[in-house]
Write a protein that binds this ligand. Structure first.
Ligand code: SOE
Length: 392
């Protein structure tokens, strides 16, 4: 079987999730056309990089990206480091003729996102932005139903992406609360997922209004750069200033005439990873909640009399996206209702990525799709600053 030699940059939360997906994709997808080989892990600190390479199963390590890009035994570069590094790494990788896989959000600015799109187009390399939630089977089912016209004309998009891990004031000045590294706070970290899904399921957003707030603007400095979800700062640490949004709300108008509301925050006490959306149409509604990832709620206006109401579809049998082996050969993962989890959204994503590299046929979301999300993020920022409706 063809092989794709992968070089991974970064080893924290997303580096670990991607590594797990490379390890497992061949086990669940016998139809894989090219097997990812976990060739090189690239990280800044020798100790962490060596330890993670050992733990995750990477063959080799480097501590310098240019060394990784110079290797002719690397076919694809996977970028899982903080957002302000995405553009430089992706552009360099494309110039080196490597296919590029990049974690969301694409960049920290529209200008950088445009440069990334130009670089991968010029190089003619496969490129994919990792919005893992699209390949939760229940969300892919929602896409199939909407595209099939099962909801009719679409009137509303409504999304929430709620977490609460940033509420303690002693969560330190980690990268996700620093604009120069993250680009934004809950907007790019969480609402970027909702925007990607909204654009994928409903189409373009024409205009929007937005409001943001920073609830805690001083946090203790860490004495070393923390790329995780926030370590612990020493007792007598200096305080740093948070310059990103802790919460964001947006109203939007879609090109297809639908109205949208979106909200994202890391200050919603009690919500841990509540990535939720609802779509209302002339023939019915769909509702998804990541905390019940295998389920999709569906209201069908055709139901009459004493049979109306939201039904609960459990997207776990062979008929559901990603859940059945080709040619009806049975369940891909487990028998019906033996549910799957967060890590499978990355395995499904990496499968489509590897098929794209093997066939040279681009998959989605591409960097071009990512630029559309970046334009909406940028419009949110402009609208929140001006207090006015903004065209995307
Ligand atoms: C932290 O907010 C985080 O890890 C995000 O960065 C991810 O994109 C999201 O999928 C889960 O929460």
């Amino acid at each position: 079987m063809k092989e794709i030699n992968v070089g991974l940059v970064g080893y924290n939360f997303m580096g670990r999730a991607h590594s797990n997906a490379y390890r497992q994709v061949g086990f669940y997808f016998p139809e894989l056309k090219a097997k990812p080989v976990m060739k090189v892990l690239c990280g800044r600190t020798k100790e962490r990089t060596d330890a993670c390479a050992e733990a995750f199963g990477w063959e080799d390590v480097v501590y310098d990206v240019d060394e990784l890009l110079a290797r002719d035994d690397i076919d694809m570069v996977d970028i899982t480091v903080p957002n302000n590094q995405h553009a430089e790494l992706a552009i360099k990788a494309a110039k080196a003729g490597k296919h590029v896989f990049c974690e969301k959000p694409l960049a920290t600015s529209v200008a950088d996102a445009k440069k990334m799109v130009a670089a991968v187009k010029k190089a003619g390399v496969v490129n994919m932005l990792c919005h893992n939630y699209r390949r939760a089977p229940a969300i892919s089912l929602a896409k199939k139903m909407i595209d099939n016209g099962d909801l009719g004309d679409i009137y509303h998009w409504r999304s929430l992406y709620l977490q609460d891990w940033l509420m303690p004031p002693d969560v330190p000045m980690m990268w996700r609360v620093q604009k120069e590294i993250a680009g934004s706070g809950s907007l790019g970290d969480l609402m970027a997922h909702s925007i990607d899904l909204a654009l994928w399921l409903l189409g373009d957003i024409n205009s929007l209004s937005c409001a943001m707030e920073t609830f805690i603007d001083k946090r203790p400095q860490l004495d070393s750069f923390d790329t995780g979800l926030g370590g612990k700062a020493a007792k007598d640490s200096k305080m740093g200033t948070v310059d990103v949004d802790d919460g964001v709300v947006a109203l939007c108008r879609f090109a297809n005439g639908a109205l949208g509301t979106m909200e994202a925050t890391r200050f919603a006490a009690g919500h841990k990873n509540y990535n939720w959306f609802e779509v209302n149409g002339s023939k019915g509604s769909l509702r998804f909640n990541l905390e019940r990832m295998n389920e999709l709620e569906y209201y069908n206006c055709a139901d009459k009399g004493d049979r109306t109401g939201f039904r609960l579809i459990q997207a776990t049998d062979d008929s559901h996206p990603f859940m059945g082996l080709p040619k009806g050969a049975g369940p891909r993962f487990w028998p019906v209702a033996h549910i799957i989890g967060y890590e499978h959204t990355f395995i499904n994503t990496v499968f489509d990525l590897c098929q794209a590299v093997a066939t040279g046929k681009q998959t989605s979301p591409s960097f071009e799709d990512g630029l559309k999300t970046q334009l909406v993020l940028d419009a949110c920022d402009k609208a929140a600053t001006s207090g006015k409706w903004v065209k995307v």
